[in-house]
Ligand binder design. Structure first.
Ligand SMILES: Nc1ncnc2c1ncn2[C@@H]1O[C@H](COP(=O)(O)OP(=O)(O)OP(=O)(O)O)[C@@H](O)[C@H]1O
Length: 641
């Protein structure tokens, strides 16, 4: 029976940052100082020895004594009491300014960085305008309009300062959104708000705290300056700036009066500044310590091609029809050019080709998650009979993570290192099933068990860096299975794994596919993987499909010179009697696609006809096509071998 851990572990990166700050000596000192300061100022009405306005004319400028610990001012008012009461206004002013700063800068910066595009451009222009506003003039205007209200001035100061922080957060969000685990979260069907809150915001947390504490230091300086100039609450109200002004007026007769407010202000500004430094250092250490994902190439692979007839288009679960993708800039580079293939329910299809041939772009187009600078320029992706282009974000989320799921290339990079495994899987379970609490925890364990993770309760408590690459891939598969998808897109799911682990993961995928009758589109470089699990193969080269066939047929008689060359260059499937040979040259970039056959310059069968015009797709037999004008010559030669 499934036992459920007492709780699916929740986020803890924030607590680890706090722990690092508190365990550093500087951090512990400044945090203790600031907490004590806030406490004694908050308790001023209770603990201050005198009323801050009470005058003791017999003890004017008396200096520290048993009755007046920090001495008195020119009117015999107790300096300690005035300092404590004044601190309430100063610290609450700092808090108001910092809150105003965060309320404006946080959503604006996060959304500008994450969404990009027009929203980003508008926010950047607004930030530039706000930065060019003369702050001090605005503050003076606010103080005169709002009757010397320091709260209004501090809120205005926070809003005016927000453009700087917004730009910093935007930069951090821009970096965060490129993380594979952010893409993975989108692929799992999480809404944009969930992705920003769970995966982008935590990456920006360090920089936000640093900037906020430095801003607090500046705010205290500005506020003290304003009260020094009597622009804040009018005398005799106790303010730190007012106390400095009083002390300055009698500095020649009694220098001591400047010491209590001066030292307090200096120490507080210093504490905010040091706190910012400590958080920045702790954050940098945390990221430096984060494990880097490993990438290893598979060396050997089992043989035995999978069986199965290609499914005709009309029974297809997924049908990619004449799909072209271009970049959305003035160059309008074509990255996918008329790509077409189909996957039937429960069918496993390998998408094969060298690096840069367009496999990942095709997979992302199917998920409706193209890079931001790319768009579908023609053709269609049809899932279960319905085109998916033009679906709004909500409709896409209904598909993604639920009916179509994807596992990304590098499992370790696809798991957010800030969260425990249980929390990451629970997040997807919440998004796709709406489960909460105990039910969500039970489903998490069930999923971890389904992907054959030993001791799933224990695994749920671990962080991604505490598990192996193979285990991470199982977790990624568990997350993908959460929505019980009909189609799983696996983008090189075993590339980053050791050979034995690769075989285990392939076994797992095969058994999951059979048990759940789930279709799989397997993106891979690796013929061994194709041979192991795929019924059908789609071979891509330079943004086009060059051959589609049953896997068994491809291994027997490749019908495109590129497929043949790929097989000959593969150690596991070299043709008997021929040397393993690398394909000369490289895949041309989309900028340099030649006229005619794009493989011609690397092809031993090429003739002038190959480069004279568009090469049509030739239908060779049921479900088998090749984009080669010399396919008959090639098949004849293959048949003779
Ligand atoms: N955002 C982008 N903007 C412009 N070109 C891109 C973008 N992303 C990919 N490309 C280009 O599109 C082509 C296809 O890339 P894709 O990532 O789909 O190849 P792939 O076959 O999946 O390669 P790999 O196996 O290395 O992942 C490549 O030439 C690549 O440089």
């Amino acid at each position: 029976m499934t036992t459920v851990p007492s709780s699916v572990p929740q986020q803890s990166a924030g607590t680890s940052l706090i722990r690092s700050v508190l365990t550093s000596p500087r951090g512990a000192i400044v945090v203790t100082f600031l907490l004590l300061l806030v406490l004694v100022c908050a308790l001023a009405p209770v603990i201050a020895p005198f009323d801050p306005l009470e005058q003791h004319l017999s003890a004017v400028r008396s200096g520290p004594s048993g009755s007046y610990w920090l001495g008195t001012d020119s009117l015999g008012r107790d300096l300690l009491s005035r300092l404590l009461h004044g601190g309430r206004g100063s610290l609450s002013g700092v808090l108001e300014a910092v809150l105003a700063l965060l309320v404006v800068a946080l959503p604006a910066g996060l959304l500008a960085g994450y969404l990009g595009g027009t929203f980003d451009r508008i926010m950047m222009r607004v930030a530039e305008v706000v930065m060019s506003v003369p702050v001090i003039i605005i503050l003076l205007a606010v103080l005169s309009i709002f009757d010397h209200s320091m709260t209004s001035a501090m809120i205005a100061f926070g809003v005016l300062g927000s453009s700087g922080l917004m730009r910093v957060i935007r930069g951090a969000a821009l970096t965060a959104r490129e993380q594979l685990y952010v893409t993975a979260a989108e692929l799992m069907g999480l809404s944009r708000l969930q992705v920003v809150a769970r995966h982008v915001l935590p990456r920006c947390r360090g920089v936000i705290i640093v900037q906020a504490s430095l801003f607090a230091a500046v705010t205290l300086g500005v506020q003290t300056g304003l009260t020094f100039l009597s622009l804040g609450p009018p005398p005799p109200a106790p303010t730190w700036g007012g106390m400095v002004a009083d002390a300055a007026s009698v500095f020649n007769q009694d220098a001591w009066m400047l010491v209590p407010p001066g030292v307090t202000i200096a120490l507080t500004v210093l504490a905010f500044g040091v706190l910012g430094d400590v958080v920045r250092d702790a954050n940098a250490e945390k990221h430096a310590a984060a494990p880097r994902p490993r990438r290893r190439r598979r060396k050997g692979a089992p043989a035995a091609p999978g069986a199965g007839e290609p499914v005709p288009e009309d029974g297809a679960l997924l049908s990619v029809r004449d799909l072209s993708v271009t970049t959305d800039d003035e160059q309008a580079l074509t990255l996918l050019d008329g790509v077409g293939f189909a996957i039937g329910p429960g069918e496993t299809v390998g998408l094969v080709g060298e690096s840069g041939s367009g496999k990942t772009m095709t997979a992302r187009a199917v998920m409706g998650l193209l890079p931001r600078n790319c768009r579908i320029s023609s053709g269609a992706v049809v899932f279960d009979g319905k085109p998916i282009q033009g679906l709004d974000q909500r409709a896409f989320r209904e598909l993604r993570g639920r009916r179509i799921a994807m596992i990304a290339q590098e499992p370790m990079a696809a798991l957010d290192p800030s969260f425990r495994i249980g929390s990451l899987v629970a997040e997807v379970v919440r998004a796709v099933d709406g489960l909460r609490g105990k039910a969500a925890q039970a489903r998490v364990i069930e999923l971890l068990r389904l992907v054959e993770i030993p001791e799933p309760e224990e695994a749920a408590r671990r962080f991604p860096h505490q598990i192996s690459g193979g285990m991470a891939q199982r977790v990624a598969i568990a997350m993908a299975l959460a929505g019980r998808p009909e189609l799983l897109i696996a983008d090189e799911p075993t590339t980053a794994l050791d050979v034995t682990v690769q075989a285990e993961i392939l076994d797992l995928l095969r058994s999951l596919q059979q048990e759940n009758h789930m279709a799989i589109l397997l993106v891979t470089h690796d013929w061994g993987v194709v041979a192991d699990v795929c019924a059908k193969v789609v071979v891509m080269y330079a943004g086009q499909v060059v051959e589609t066939a049953r896997a068994a047929d491809v291994f027997e008689t490749p019908a495109h010179p590129y497929t043949r060359a790929l097989l000959l260059s593969s150690p596991e499937h070299a043709v008997a009697g021929e040397r393993i040979q690398a394909i000369p040259g490289t895949v041309p970039s989309p900028r340099h696609w030649p006229t005619g056959c794009r493989f011609a310059s690397r092809c031993e069968f090429a003739r002038p006809a190959c480069t004279e015009g568009v090469i049509p797709v030739e239908r060779i037999s049921e479900g088998r096509v090749s984009r080669c004008v010399r396919v008959n010559v090639l098949l004849g030669q293959e048949a003779r071998r």
